[in-house]
Design a protein around this ligand. Structure first.
Ligand code: NAP
Length: 299
């Protein structure tokens, strides 16, 4: 079964373009946003506006949430005037925020008591992926519910993989963040070593970027580091939000993450130094502080 009407909560950097893509794909979209002006903007683009998550849920067979952090998802779904107060049995909630896998399982259990299935469907690909409808989406929840919602997810993303039961989508998103942070750390360490050794940095990257060391971070972030361009694609504050989730999830399964926890601490040092709004590539500044080596131009 494919629903034509979709409720959409959270019109931020990611949510706004995702809701637009649903409208473009022909869905009737009902929106709610805490700051009402953003919802009004979507009305001018063809959406209908609801006054609360509860009201939105009453008229939506599928409700998507993409808000900031775990307590925000809990508030929008389970809080006063939340989705749970309005939603009908058999409707589906899809949470696309990046939040705690353990909290996700608890929220899903609360919704299940109302016979409302939930999918956790966090995304990767950033604002550009949201605008272009090319997000990677990792989905946890019942396989039949995933199938039922697939056309909706396909309006927002490209690589859409059902990875397991509730919480597993969020867990795979954290796997993604461990890989991203660790790879960037290796890029930074390699650049500091190359700089101290007197190698031409651009030639060094050209020589290795197509081989076994290839990565998105090396291709996209190393040139920015060399130019000392620390504008955010992805901000340190947001990375820390995700690394906090990683650490909590690792604690829950009693798994040490020695390298990731080192990077987490290095990012704290940068937040303490006022770099929270810089891009994650500013990790190099922490390594420069440790080594006394400055990477790139303007030595
Ligand atoms: P954002 O621009 O800060 O937008 C957050 C949205 O959530 C806003 O619509 C905000 O409403 C709403 N919100 C926050 N707390 C709320 C609450 N307690 N009650 C009701 N509404 C609330 O964030 P974003 O970049 O779109 O990120 C959203 C989610 O996607 C996060 O979980 C993030 O980790 C994840 N994500 C982001 C990226 C990225 O590159 N930005 C990439 C992948 C995943 P207001 O308008 O009223 O503030």
């Amino acid at each position: 079964m494919m629903e034509k009407r979709v409720g959409f909560i959270g019109l931020g950097i990611m949510g706004m373009p995702m809701a637009r893509n649903l409208i473009k794909a022909g869905f009737e979209v009902v929106v709610y946003n805490r700051t009402a002006s953003k919802a009004e903007q979507m009305v001018s683009e063809g959406a209908k506006k609801a006054d609360s998550p509860k009201e939105l849920a009453k008229e939506s067979p599928v409700v998507i949430t993409i808000v900031s952090d775990t307590p925000d998802v809990e508030s929008v779904i389970l809080g006063e005037n939340g989705i749970i107060e309005g939603i009908k049995a058999g409707s589906v909630v899809i949470d696309m925020s990046t939040i705690s896998p353990q909290a996700t399982q608890k929220i899903a259990a609360r919704l299940r008591e109302k016979r409302v299935p939930m999918l956790d469907a966090p995304v990767s690909g950033g604002e550009q992926g949201a605008v272009n409808g090319t997000l990677s989406i990792m989905v946890g929840g019942d396989a039949k519910i995933f199938k039922r919602c697939q056309a909706i997810l396909e309006a927002m993303g490209k690589n859409i993989i059902h990875v397991g039961s509730n919480g597993m989508g969020q867990t795979v998103k954290l796997v993604n963040q461990i890989l991203v942070a660790g790879t960037l750390n290796a890029v930074v360490e390699a650049l500091v070593f190359a700089q101290k050794s007197g190698v031409d940095l651009e030639k060094a990257i050209d020589a290795v970027k197509g081989g076994a060391a290839a990565s998105w971070q090396l291709t996209n972030l190393a040139p920015r580091i060399i130019r000392r361009d620390f504008q955010p694609g992805f901000m340190i504050d947001l990375m820390q939000k995700d690394l906090n989730l990683v650490m909590g999830a690792a604690e829950a399964v009693k798994t040490p993450l020695p390298v990731t926890s080192f990077i987490h601490q290095m990012y704290y040092s940068l937040q303490s130094a006022g770099e929270g709004k810089s891009g994650t590539q500013a990790l190099v500044k922490a390594m420069e502080h440790l080594t006394g080596v400055k990477v790139g131009q303007g030595k």
